[in-house]
Design a protein around this ligand. Structure first.
Ligand code: C5P
Length: 398
């Protein structure tokens, strides 16, 4: 998986920098081409000579070489990379990355990198537990960066706690798993429904809901980053995506969404039904604005909308995977399992409005996934970008 991959190994100034030598050796042994970028304080812990000997490339630390004036382009290095690994990432480097403080070559390279970024924090337990570090790590996660959580154990201060940089072997395994998961969706066709639907009452009014489309768009972007050809059938939302490989079909009503999905689904490997589809639509569209009645209150007769997920479940082939969502307020697990079976889904993602931080419009979500084979996975509260990664990982390994 790592053979021929271009990897930037970023090293910042912490005791754990000695482990970066082993990490570098393992990456080279796995066939990767590694460019080391080290911060000025990183060089206090480990010498560039060791790192350049092992990587077979000059180590980059400054913006230009002092004696020749040769400029080191962080943009070129950032574009060259298939992955950037920052290990160890100190509290200071984490803060700079989170806030765009581009005062050394490592941070400018990070800001220029288009490739996925893996960050292995290493610091003392109190620094790790400090609200500012926690907030910065959450920010980095929300940018889509991967955090390789530090382990618990004895630290350089001899205190025991969370803050030890993950072992080099584990970091390499993490990268392996990442590149393997990228392969799984390469060239696959993925359909995602997102946002609300609007059911027209008259030219100025509709029945709708508070869905923002953020979860569906995050899933679509993550699938596209993993090499899938993605189509979003999207209800009216105010967000968009700039990721290539995503085709957005805009619809308004559940009926329009249904028609598009039924047309597209036979050509799909995966379909993820994230839209908050209105269950009912007005039986009749009135093509002039309904006027306020003097005495009577108008009655709007409703008819049932088609259930898109259930329809796709009914026509699904064994080689296709269908995933649904259940947004519940009560009796959550039973309701989710009932929908999983009734709609013939392979997996259902439950989010409960009982959990603060989950649901419509938020940037975070807390999910539990249930599979048709009985498996269940529970996750903590995360940014929707992180949740999208978890969802795709679990779909691939179902
Ligand atoms: O039955 P309920 O609306 O709770 O089911 C939720 C799941 O079914 C979601 O995945 C949603 O996108 C999908 N659904 C659908 N068409 C409908 C109603 C729900 O695809 N008419």
């Amino acid at each position: 998986m790592l053979k021929g991959k271009h990897i930037i190994l970023g090293i910042s100034g912490g005791i754990a920098a000695y482990k970066s030598v082993t990490l570098l050796r393992l990456l080279i042994k796995a066939g990767a081409e590694v460019q080391v970028v080290i911060t000025p304080s990183g060089k206090e812990f480990i010498t560039p000579v060791t790192l350049s000997a092992l990587s077979g490339k000059p180590v980059i630390s400054e913006f230009f070489t002092a004696n020749t004036g040769e400029w080191h382009s962080h943009v070129d290095i950032g574009l060259w990379a298939d992955a950037m690994v920052i290990a160890p990432a100190t509290a200071s480097s984490i803060a700079k990355m989170a806030n765009g403080v581009a005062d050394n070559m490592l941070i400018t390279t990070y800001l220029s990198a288009k490739a996925p970024v893996f960050i292995a924090p290493a610091m003392d337990l109190d620094m790790m537990a400090h609200p500012s570090t926690k907030r910065n790590i959450e920010l980095l996660k929300s940018y889509g960066n991967h955090i390789i959580e530090p382990a618990e154990g004895e630290l350089a201060s001899h205190l025991i706690g969370k803050g030890r940089m993950e072992e080099p072997e584990e970091i390499v395994k993490y990268l392996y798993r990442f590149f393997a998961s990228q392969q799984a969706l390469k060239g696959k066709n993925v359909l995602v429904t997102a946002g609300p639907t609007y059911e027209k009452i008259d030219p100025v009014r509709f029945i709708g809901n508070y869905s923002s489309g953020k979860m569906g768009y995050a899933i679509a972007e993550e699938a596209a980053h993993r090499g899938a050809n993605v189509t979003i059938v999207s209800g009216p939302v105010s967000i968009s995506t700039s990721t290539p490989n995503i085709n957005i079909i805009k619809v308004e009503s559940a009926r329009e969404m249904y028609e598009q999905c039924v047309k597209i689904f036979p050509n799909c490997d995966y379909a993820i039904m994230c839209a908050a589809v209105a269950d009912y639509a007005p039986a009749k569209y009135i093509d002039i604005k309904i006027k306020r009645e003097k005495e009577d209150v108008p009655v709007i007769k409703l008819v049932k909308n088609p259930d898109i997920a259930a329809k796709l479940g009914a026509i699904k082939r064994p080689d296709q995977t269908l995933v649904g969502f259940a947004l519940e307020t009560n009796n959550e697990e039973n309701n989710a399992l009932e929908k999983l079976h009734r709609k013939n889904l392979d997996m259902i993602i439950l989010n409960s409005l009982q959990d603060s931080g989950a649901g419509f419009g938020k940037d975070t979500n807390k999910i539990t996934t249930y599979f048709s084979n009985g498996k269940k996975l529970e996750y903590s509260l995360k940014s929707k970008v992180e949740v999208a990664k978890d969802i795709l990982d679990s779909i691939i390994t179902k």
